[in-house]
Design a protein around this ligand. Structure first.
Ligand code: ZN
Ligand code: ZN
Length: 132
C-alpha cells in the first residue's frame, strides 16, 4: 500500500510503497530510549520504494550485533523517522508513529520481548478516556 509520512514540524516528509504484513513491534532497550516510549513500531521499506523529502539528522548507533545503524530524525522537531544501514541502505525501518496510515498498519510480530515492560500487555484493561 501507498503510505505518506512526515515529522511533527513538517520539514521532512516521505512517501513509500509498504507491505502491511511486515509491521513489527520492537521492545529493545534502544527503541525504548530513542523513541521515548515503552516500545516502538517499525515498518520495513525497501530502499527502492522509499522517497524522502528533506534532510534528516543522523545519529549512528552501534547495535548489539556490532552493526552500525543510522538513526534518522528531524533536526528541528526531533521526530524519529527511520533507521537504516549507514553505508549501503537497502531497507529503511520506518517509524510507524510518523506514518499517516498507521491505524491501518497493525503489527504482526513482536521482537526483543525479553526487555518488554512487564506491564505493557495489561494496557487494554486500564480505564481509558477519549481525550486528555
Ligand atoms: Zn520536524
Ligand atoms: Zn528496537
Amino acid at each position: 500500500m501507498k503510505i505518506n509520512g512526515h515529522c511533527h514540524c513538517g520539514s521532512i516528509s516521505f512517501t513509500a510503497e509498504a507491505d502491511p504484513a511486515k509491521v513489527v513491534v520492537c521492545h529493545c532497550t534502544d527503541c525504548q530510549t530513542m523513541s521515548g516510549a515503552p516500545f516502538r513500531a517499525v515498518l520495513p521499506i525497501a530502499a527502492k520504494d522509499f522517497v524522502l523529502t528533506g534532510s534528516p539528522k543522523v545519529y549512528i548507533k552501534i547495535a548489539q550485533s556490532g552493526n552500525r545503524r543510522a538513526q534518522a530524525f528531524c533536526g528541528e522537531c526531533g521526530t524519529p523517522l527511520y533507521a537504516t544501514s549507514p553505508d549501503a541502505p537497502a531497507v529503511y525501518g520506518v517509524r510507524l508513529g510518523c506514518v499517516d496510515e498507521r491505524a491501518q498498519l497493525p503489527p504482526v510480530k513482536q521482537i526483543w520481548t525479553a526487555s518488554s515492560m512487564p506491564w505493557v500487555h495489561d494496557l487494554a484493561s486500564l480505564p481509558g478516556v477519549p481525550g486528555q
